[in-house]
Design a protein around this ligand. Structure first.
Ligand code: GLY
Ligand code: MN
Ligand code: MN
Length: 497
């Protein structure tokens, strides 16, 4: 049994012929395949530079970065496979990654040698190609050869089966990116523990690999805090196609309003664009009409969309490279904001603009949130919603205004919608901005339908405006500024046929 492959129950539904005559028959008379050898993809050189930076952090250590495996949805049906972002970042292999692949950086005197282990094309003489629904090429399509992937990614490649010898020779100097493939991690841990037992070192520092802290996940996260030029171009592309998805939704408003589950149509229309122009959505779309907008992660999306409602749409398209946008627009379905909707919308826009205005290299990440909160506190105080003044509310011990916006203002963005999540706090929340960082600015105001601290006409209104921001050499660029965001531009966007 292949150690990189879990057993699946499929025998209840159908049987595969096992006779020798069938095997001979199905294994024969296949035309040779032309092996087209690709040129190295543009990202390959960037991925090599990223590996070199990781190599510098871990001289003398073997680094194992798995892509991970497909996750079971039920029985022998999987969720769509998506490679771990660290693997994709360090190899340049995105949506086409073969499940179960593993990147190994083997220490050398100069740094590390990189080898990509993956399950290459099996050949028709094996029974895998027709009898294995999980990986057989008859079932899941042809896989590339070692040479093709090696040329494409400019990486040394080996058959996945050869990884067994790597696992068997694991030592305390082997670091696995643990969260990506728990089964492979457990195999490495078992070898390391057995070696420690045998040497009598168990319980000493020598067996403290990355078990307590996923050191590689942390370092791979931190490596992504600053995007390279290729990544920035991908982010621009992800934002551009996401903008198209929003326009598609607006173009469908008539059908959306007519359907009893209009929110589902919003999700479906956006998803159509995501699958057509990208890999998929970068996270579950939030299509929240009316007071559903006050539910921060409303992804059930099973409500109607009525004329007169605001609809909050938080959606992003992930490209084949796995980079994703993360955009929120809050739209008046009728095409015009009511007075109170506009008042709330303008306050949120003011908070977003105030936060954006301070972004430049050298400021602390947390200052962005503080700038947005200043506006949120001032406006909610001015409307009489707070028991104290804005200044008092902003004091750490009070924060009454946060009743109306309990979430943060910004998170890093890239391959993961909440990118760089394993980075240390002093580099992320307490970190300082550098050119090439990409993050969201996404203030909001949410007045719950049963919130007695606000007048009735505010209740059930939820507004968020979320943009994707690039830190430049001397300031910032709003990558999503082209997706309408002012009251006038939003109304014009919806009015356009
Ligand atoms: N779409 C999730 C977020 O905005 O963080
Ligand atoms: Mn976000
Ligand atoms: Mn979002």
């Amino acid at each position: 049994m292949d150690a990189q492959k879990a057993p699946r129950a499929t025998t209840n539904r159908s049987t595969t012929p096992r006779s020798d005559s069938f095997k001979d028959y199905i294994s024969s008379r296949w035309a040779d395949r032309d092996e087209v050898m690709p040129a190295a993809r543009e990202e390959a050189a960037y991925a090599a530079a990223r590996r070199a930076r990781l190599s510098e952090l871990h001289r003398g250590e073997r680094l194992v970065v798995p892509a991970g495996r497909a996750k079971v949805r039920s029985n022998d049906c999987d969720y769509p496979f998506r490679a771990h972002s660290a693997f994709a970042h360090l190899t340049g292999w995105g949506s086409a990654t073969v499940p179960g692949s593993v990147l190994v950086l083997e220490p050398t005197d100069e740094g590390h040698d990189a080898t990509l282990y993956f399950r290459a094309s099996a050949g028709r003489e094996s029974d895998e190609f027709y009898a294995d629904p999980e990986i057989g090429e008859f079932w899941t399509g042809p896989r590339p050869s070692l040479a093709q992937v090696g040329a494409d990614l400019a990486l040394a490649t080996r058959e996945l089966a050869e990884l067994d010898a790597v696992v068997a020779s694991s030592s305390a100097a082997t670091l696995v990116l643990r969260e990506a493939d728990p089964e492979l991690t457990a195999r490495v841990d078992a070898v390391v523990a057995a070696a420690a037992d045998a040497s009598g070192l168990a319980g000493t520092d020598a067996d403290e690999t990355s078990v307590d802290v996923d050191v590689l996940a942390r370092d791979a996260s931190e490596l992504r805090l600053v995007k390279d030029a290729w990544e920035v171009a991908q982010m621009r592309q992800a934002v551009a196609v996401t903008g198209r998805g929003f326009s598609d939704v607006i173009a469908d408003f008539e059908d959306i309003v007519a359907h009893p589950r209009g929110e589902r149509l919003v999700e479906g229309t956006f998803n159509r664009r995501a699958r057509a122009d990208g890999n998929t959505v970068g996270y579950d779309t939030i299509a929240a009409a009316g007071d559903h907008a006050c539910v921060l992660h409303w992804t059930r999306n099973d409500g109607p969309v009525a004329d007169g409602d605001l609809i909050l749409i938080d959606a992003g398209i992930e490209l084949d490279s796995l980079y994703t946008a993360d955009i929120t627009r809050t739209l008046p379905v009728s095409g015009r904001f009511s007075d109170v909707q506009r008042l709330v919308y303008e306050a949120v826009l003011e908070a977003a603009d105030a936060a954006f205005a301070i972004v430049r290299p050298g400021i602390a990440f947390r200052e962005i949130h503080a700038a947005a909160m200043q506006v949120i506190a001032e406006r909610t105080a001015e409307w009489g919603f707070l028991p104290v003044s804005a200044e008092e509310s902003l004091e750490p011990d009070h924060q009454y205004h946060r009743r109306y916006m309990v979430h943060g203002t910004s998170h890093h963005l890239g391959m993961d919608v909440h990118d760089c999540a394993a980075a240390r706090r002093d580099l992320y929340l307490d970190g300082v901005l550098e050119p090439g960082m990409v993050f969201t600015i996404e203030p909001g105001l949410y007045f719950q339908p049963d919130d007695l601290t606000v007048p009735e006409e505010f209740r059930g209104i939820g507004v968020r405006i979320e943009d994707d921001i690039l830190v430049t050499a001397d300031g910032a660029e709003n990558l999503s500024v082209g997706i309408p965001r002012t009251v006038a531009d939003v109304e014009a966007w919806i009015a356009r046929p």
